[in-house]
Design a protein around this ligand. Sequence first.
Ligand code: GLA
Length: 401
Amino acid sequence: MTRDDLRIEKLRSILLSSFPQLTPESLHVVKSPYRVCPLGAHVDHQLGLVTGMTVDRNVLLVYAVHPKPEVRLLSVNFPGQVSFSLDDIPAKQELDWGNYARGAAYALKKKYTLSNGIIGVIEGNLPVGGLSSSAAVGIAYLLALEQANNIKPDPIANIEWDRQIENEYIGLNNGILDQSTILLSETNKLLCLDCQDSRYELVPPAPSLPSFNILVVYSGISKFLGKTGYNSRVAECHLAALELYRLARNQDPPDQLRLRHISVEEFRRFSGQLNVVSKKRSSHFFGELQRVQQGMEAWRQGDLDSFGRLMTASGASSIENYECGSPHLITIYELLRSLSGVYGTRFSGAGFRGCCIAFIDPEHAPAICRRIEKEYPRRHPDIADVFEIHVCNMDHGARIL
Ligand code: GLA
């Protein structure tokens, strides 16, 4: 039995003992993996180019269709039961794990009548922060509610429903990197997504690409993104776009102006006239644009060394130009970049909490883990009991099993 099979067995028995009216035959399972973004960080909200892949750690939702418009949920990771009516979806509640289920219902109800609910139990097997657990759970609920109501699952539509959960229901002004990666990924391929027109490509590596593991080092710090600098960084990027537009073109900016609407040439000509913050944010954006293009080429050529160097450069730009990264994350990043066997490393996700990732040579994995286990808690004793290290591989996108 695989690790996931054992988890599914456990979730089935929790659900059956908590809701004795359910039968074993009535249970379904959604597997919704976590994602990493090796290149193209903090640019999706500016309609940039991003890359992504899912890892073999995930959120599992075991559920039964409820023939009434009601949702009832348990979580292995969080206390209490979430219950609500699909006829009257409650507003977001601060720091409540039920928000993503309510948000999924909120988004789907804009288009569909939801006559059936779900009774389920959910569990994630990595800590919250940087790996997009929120999109993973949001998508798990979307897929389950769709199946319960005979709505054909469509990955492109689900990218939009999940955007509405995050932007409208939760209030985080993020882009579409997370849910696109979770919904579109295929094992061993690199997802390259243009957030301006949503075109994407799943790029297989050259056969010569060396095998690698995706190392996930959880810093020990989880905190909701709405309370970090995420939304303010997004606003600073909008402002940088506006300043560049005004400098470059003698006309009113369009609504919804983003850095992607500025050409590379315009950025080069006018960035010297920007204020410090706008210059840094736009330098990050245009640097990532180039790194994603170079990274895709390196991946196609099987050149993992170059791909990894670009990841590490992307991490440096996140610190210097995007100015994110907590002291804990910066320590892990600097440690990882100094170790042999590490192709490349950077923060995962927004970079205010959560994890660092690295692409590593599998033969060096034990030595790399030992070094992190020794050094990281020595430098940050406050997280000594809570940090985690996971050696992962690529996986497929979210699906009902
Ligand atoms: C978070 C957001 C994403 C993206 C990343 C940074 O994960 O949810 O939309 O902006 O940060 O690349």
